[in-house]
Design a protein around this ligand. Sequence first.
Ligand code: TMP
Ligand code: ASP
Length: 237
Amino acid sequence: MQKVSELYRGKAKTVFVTDDPSKLILEFRNDTSAFDGEKIEQLDRKGEVNNKFNHYIMQKLEQADIPTQVEELLNDNESLVKKLDMIPVECVIRNYAAGSLCRRLGVEEGSELNPPTFEFFLKNDALHDPMINESHCLSFGWATESQISEMKVLTFKVNQVLSQLFSKGGMLLVDFKLEFGVDAQGNIVLGDEFTPDGCRLWDKETKKKLDKDRFRQGLGSVVESYIEVANRIGLAL
Ligand code: TMP
Ligand code: ASP
């Protein structure tokens, strides 16, 4: 598999076209971004840790019959993935209140949400990823009715599988964001990544934050915490 050219440079990953038109290479960089790119720093080993973390999680999801984009871990910082036509919305499930939900609704951080909430956000940094609803998805042609329902079903299934996985490691999966795409056969497939950059994880007992909130809030030990999360779920890094 040969890299041919750069297709897209995101805030933390670069996507490359390969000599196989149905495959892309994702490079996980050390860049760490928060507040829609307002705060960016290079954190040692972060690319490698997230690349391996993402591959491990995607394998677990595949074992639970959730279709994912991931094909193969190529090296420390790169993975081979299926080319998808990405749907420009982010699917967020929250099991406990945190982040923008607390700011928006005045809820206390840590309140349990039963049942969990599901929200859509538009992937658009310039607009600060505004929250949108299903009707917006349909009117603006971002996703069809069946794609919306499929993304919701899959996101809830991911929540079930991963809440259990992190719980076994003594952690609460507070919330997370997923992005989906459409493959060559028209199927909805989980794309992008699942790493501590795009979810919140707290230690069950102490409620210590182990995710990107450590970076957003300047708490330090960011990559060390990601490695601790990986180790606790059975991935030695
Ligand atoms: P929020 O509390 O900022 O709305 O985020 C909810 C969860 O989704 C949190 O784990 C971070 C993740 N997320 C991203 O990773 N990227 C995004 O652009 C958004 C909107 C959320
Ligand atoms: N992922 C977004 C960014 O990189 C938002 C955030 O995580 O705060 O800026």
